[in-house]
Ligand binder design. Structure first.
Ligand SMILES: [Zn+2]
Length: 496
């Protein structure tokens, strides 16, 4: 099997090849059991498509509009060394002879499933049987997922930090169908290089020319090398047994249930050692970044109570504060340049990781305007800012329960009341914001702002009133809540 020519992509009507996906008009739907793997296959397909078609920005614009023919695909393929994308080679560098090699069940390639390892590891799912056998086609997306998305600490104490860092978020364009999704997440070579301005980076794949030394300098890593950057030597063998793959659900006469690995010893700029050694951040096209005085960092989900709407406008437009600058992922900036005037969604996905544990998953789709012009994008900002203003107002109202007159209550109890209410607001606002953005094309900024104010204020009020009701016989607490209510109700004066 070769990833650039053969059928390995799982869809609801069977396996298809990248060529079929990119050149046919059939509306294929991916079929992968975990949203984490769904996200990883989209990243992988965008990266593979970049390797094959290597488009300039103008070409990509044309492919998005008119599609790509089978002849164009075949012609582009003539310039690729197919050998490196064969299943026996792809993302597998040779293990050094003298080292101890570890092995693990393939379950470890889907994060959030606990199966031993580090002491503080815990995951979202406890059933190892949810992913303990896969077909040979799916092992490649699992391997890719390990290198790009799984935080080393969550993997095991022998885990590694890859080029994107641990637990970073991805922002991808989700088009009207699978073909336009993959094309929209294909990197335009000229635009990428113009932003990087590096003359002669190494563009050999890492399983062709592995990384050496202690520091992996970003300026030496070319686009294709970085898109498939390795953090482990990986090896796995097929067994001649039938299986129904736990990841794609298709039958196979060969199966894989474990793999061997050894982490690379050097550091990328995504790690402190790498940063201190001057490696610098490699600009991964799917990752929004934050820059502060300590360096450039991938944007990660903050904690398990965080919801993606809170930072959504910074992933689209960027955001500057006194201490940091958030920059949208390359693929989002590229889409603004492509301006295909098509309705798309923005997909935000990733893990919420804390030390060795996965605390949550993000997989949110946001409706985007048809034209990515300044005016339309600012509508997004209006909705998000409204949500944040009301969040701030609710927080200040709740702070009244910390006042001295409410003494006698255990601090943890008071903190717990506030945190629960804030979490409830942040979580409920996620759906409200996503819903409001569905109308981004039809409604002016002023109307959207008004609707956001109405709906989010009502949400905050409901949460607050439920608290007052609950503590109506706890007099000191109730009085404090009454005081806070005034602050909350003043939010009706917020400008529309
Ligand atoms: Zn499979």
């Amino acid at each position: 099997m070769n990833l650039l020519t053969d059928d390995f992509i799982s869809t609801t009507i069977g396996k298809i090849s990248l060529k079929t996906l990119l050149t046919s008009d059939t509306d294929y739907q991916l079929q992968y059991a975990f949203d984490e793997i769904q996200l990883a296959i989209l990243q992988l397909l965008g990266s593979l498509s970049t390797v094959v078609i290597k488009p300039a920005l103008n070409e990509l614009k044309s492919y998005l509009k008119h599609g790509l023919t089978a002849e164009q695909y075949d012609l582009a393929l003539c310039n690729v060394d197919l050998h490196w994308f064969d299943e026996k080679c792809f993302m597998r560098s040779t293990m050094p002879n003298e080292s101890k090699i570890y092995s693990a069940p393939i379950t470890k390639l889907v994060s959030g499933i606990e199966c031993g390892g580090s002491e503080d590891a815990s995951g979202l799912f406890s059933e190892v049987s949810q992913a303990n056998i896969v077909c040979p086609d799916c092992i490649h997306v699992l391997n890719y997922n390990l290198h790009m998305n799984i935080k080393g600490e969550c993997f095991s104490k022998f885990g590694a930090t890859g080029i994107r860092g641990g637990g970073s978020l991805s922002t991808l364009i989700s088009g009207e169908n699978l073909k336009t999704t993959v094309l929209s997440n294909t990197v335009a070579i000229d635009f990428f290089e113009s932003l990087r301005a590096i003359t002669e980076p190494n563009n050999k794949l890492m399983w062709q020319d592995p990384m050496l030394g202690d520091i992996y300098y970003a300026h030496q890593i070319g686009l294709e090398r970085g898109l498939f950057a390795l953090a482990y030597h990986i090896d796995f063998s097929e067994i001649d047994e039938n299986c129904i793959c736990d990841v794609c659900g298709h039958q196979s006469n060969k199966s894989i249930n474990e793999f061997r690995y050894l982490r690379y010893t050097g550091s990328y700029g995504s790690k402190k050692e790498g940063r201190d050694g001057g490696a610098q951040w490699w600009p991964h096209p799917f990752t929004p970044t934050t820059q502060n005085d300590k360096g450039v960092f991938p944007v990660c989900a903050r904690d398990q109570n965080w919801q993606s709407w809170q930072d959504f406008s910074s992933y689209v437009l960027g955001r500057k504060t006194e201490s940091s600058v958030t920059t949208p992922a390359f693929i989002v900036s590229q889409f603004r340049k492509l301006a295909p005037r098509k309705k798309v969604n923005l997909l935000i996905g990733g893990n919420i990781a804390s030390k060795g544990s996965i605390k949550g998953r993000i997989y949110d789709l946001y409706s985007m305007p048809e034209h990515w012009d300044k005016d339309k994008l600012e509508r997004i900002e209006k909705v998000i800012d409204t949500g944040l203003e009301i969040k701030d107002r609710l927080s200040r109202a709740l702070n009244k329960i910390f006042a001295k007159k409410a003494v006698g209550y255990n601090t943890n109890f008071i903190v717990g009341i506030k945190n629960t209410a804030m979490q409830q607001y942040i979580s409920n606002a996620q759906q409200i914001v996503q819903q409001l953005l569905l109308d981004i094309d039809r409604k002016e900024a002023r109307i959207l702002r008004k609707e956001a104010l109405d709906q989010l204020q009502a949400e905050a009020k409901n949460i607050y009133q439920a608290l007052m009701h609950k503590y109506q016989s706890d007099l000191p607490l109730f009085k404090a809540l009454v005081k806070g209510e005034k602050i909350l109700l003043e939010m009706s004066k917020l400008k529309t």
